[in-house]
Design a protein around this ligand. Structure first.
Ligand code: NOJ
Length: 530
């Protein structure tokens, strides 16, 4: 595993919306370079940048037209190489976003694959063998090309699925995952990885990593085998490269060779029960109201006045954690470009406690740009395939000045409108306010970097659930996110040597330890060295 991962805290950047340096209304590579010192000041020493490759942007760049070319809107190859170099100078690392399961329908491979005449790329994608032949359980598009077949899609219509084969072919058009054409797809993806690692990136976040082998791969043994091959080679050639999967089942992804897997809630793993447990908003696929008002039932554990517990999360998380803790990691996120902003359902005070938890758990945490200042989720028209997700992809708010410091372009030329609210959060104001969420994030990240026990990924023990008390080596951590009651508990770990090394007391009363009992006033968090 890459040595730099040990104390990496990631910052996710949606490049369109981060910082525009050439005044065209859209963020660019030079904008990220210009803000590296800010990111570092937050305590984040690693970046995941959403796709930045040549693309028609029908799915915000997750529809890649050329894996080896940067999208012009972000700058040049020199600019991105400079970004890598400047990051490395600051001891920071950058993951690009690898989209291995599909390309854009405008990719040259697909242009060839669509042709009626057989050619080198005919089997690069999954095609049925008849013009109106269904996908045998897989989503397909027919009638779009002269080829006598329909193609399987991985996501949107514009994203034809690359062909990694199937475990046990049952249709005439199925190819075995060991067919030379499917092996060629894997080799093409290794080639993309090598290309960017040679340019200076430090690894990849991998999109829909579990989606490669289709049809009968329910337990993912086929997809795991494909990744073992790809990552086996790449890790051997680039031992300091890191790979993070969008998979949702760490026990499979780590076996596949990933360094870590995101803890995403598609499969009901309890993540949303912590911070996004409100009806109809459990994912970003539904339509959302402008804001969550008091009439909305919000059962999130970190909602101060909710009855929500951490049970669902702990039950699910610990099962997965125990299986992978010695081999890889689970990455907890504040949110990402697909989720509603975490601030949609939680206030800044509630976020302080939620971040305290997320930033002190094992595995590498990910902060989504703007979540450090509680940027708002806003309902807005879809942009580039974002649909509801667009509301979490708006321009970063740097200052209270024009376009909130994001760009010097006229407001109507911006990628998305900046937050029109008079009191919209911004970095400048947050930095100046000692009590801001941003400054709490900074103290939490520096706590994490300074405590070896917080960096160890295999030492988590849950001691109690109410209050939530967890142990990381010689550190005992506890949180009471509720504003309803003080929570206390006798703990064998609290010997005479125990001392508080960090605390958050939203309502002014500090957590305490006395006579072996931990007391957590309403809305408080504490770290105790034992
Ligand atoms: C997951 C990505 O996070 C999402 O933004 C994208 O639309 C789909 N995969 C398809 O690539």
């Amino acid at each position: 595993m890459a040595t730099w991962l040990k104390d990496a805290i990631f910052y996710e950047i949606y490049p369109q919306s981060f910082y525009d340096t050439n005044g065209d209304g859209i963020g660019d590579f030079n904008g990220i370079t210009a803000k590296l010192d800010y990111i570092k000041s937050l305590g984040c020493n690693a970046i995941w940048m959403n796709p930045c490759f040549d693309s028609p942007f029908s799915d915000a760049g997750y529809d890649v037209r050329d894996y080896k070319k940067v999208a012009e809107r972000y700058g040049t190859m020199e600019d991105i190489e400079n970004l890598f170099a400047e990051a490395h100078k600051r001891d920071m690392h950058i993951l690009l976003d690898l989209v291995p399961g599909h390309t854009s329908e405008e990719h040259a491979w697909f242009t060839e694959s669509k042709k009626a005449e057989p050619n080198e790329y005919s089997d690069r994608y999954m095609w049925t063998d008849g013009w109106l032949c269904g996908g045998a359980g897989l989503n397909y598009i027919a009638g779009e090309s002269p080829r006598n077949g329909a193609y399987i899609v991985n996501f949107f219509k514009c994203q034809p699925a690359l062909n990694y084969g199937v475990l046990n072919p049952t249709e005439r058009w199925h190819k075995s995952m060991y067919d030379p054409a499917c092996i060629a797809t894997r080799e093409a993806m290794k080639d993309v990885c090598r290309f960017w690692l040679d340019k200076g990136c430090d690894g990849f976040r991998v999109d829909m990593a579990d989606s490669l082998v289709k049809h009968d791969d329910e337990n993912k043994s086929g997809t795991v085998a494909v990744w073992q091959d790809i990552l086996g080679d790449i890790h051997a050639e680039y031992p300091e490269s890191a790979f993070v999967s969008e998979w949702g089942k760490a026990e499979q992804s780590i076996k596949a060779g990933f360094d870590m897997d995101f803890y995403l809630d598609w499969m009901g793993n309890g993540y949303n029960s912590l911070v996004r447990d409100y009806e109809a908003h459990l994912n970003a696929f539904a339509s959302l109201p402008e804001s969550l008002d008091d009439s909305t039932e919000n059962n999130s554990f970190f909602k101060a006045d909710s009855k929500g517990t951490c049970d669902h999360f702990i039950d699910e998380y610990m099962g997965r954690y125990e299986q992978i803790k010695d081999k890889g990691a689970i990455a907890l996120i504040t949110g990402n470009h697909d989720t509603t902003r975490i601030s949609y359902g939680l206030s800044e005070d509630e976020l302080k406690l939620a971040y305290a938890f997320l930033l002190t758990m094992p595995g590498n945490p990910f902060i989504y740009y703007g979540d450090e200042i509680a940027m708002s989720f806003r309902s807005m028209a879809s942009k580039e395939g974002g649909f509801t997700r667009t509301g979490s992809r708006t321009p970063m708010q740097w200052t209270s000045g024009d376009n909130m410091g994001f760009s010097s372009a006229p407001a109507d030329k911006l990628y998305l409108p900046v937050d029109p609210a008079e009191n919209a959060a911004n970095v400048e104001a947050s930095e100046a306010d000692q009590n801001s969420l941003l400054n709490t994030v900074k103290t939490l990240t520096s706590l994490r970097h300074s405590q070896a026990d917080l960096l160890d990924k295999s030492n988590l023990e849950i001691i109690s659930r109410k209050p939530l008390v967890y142990k990381r080596g010689n550190l005992l951590l506890a949180v009471n996110p509720k504003n309803t009651d003080t929570q206390s508990r006798k703990l064998a770990e609290l010997t005479g040597d125990a001392k508080v090394i960090y605390s958050i007391a939203i309502n002014g009363t500090q957590p305490g330890i006395a006579d072996g009992v931990i007391t957590l006033p309403t809305q408080s968090f504490v770290v105790i060295s034992c």
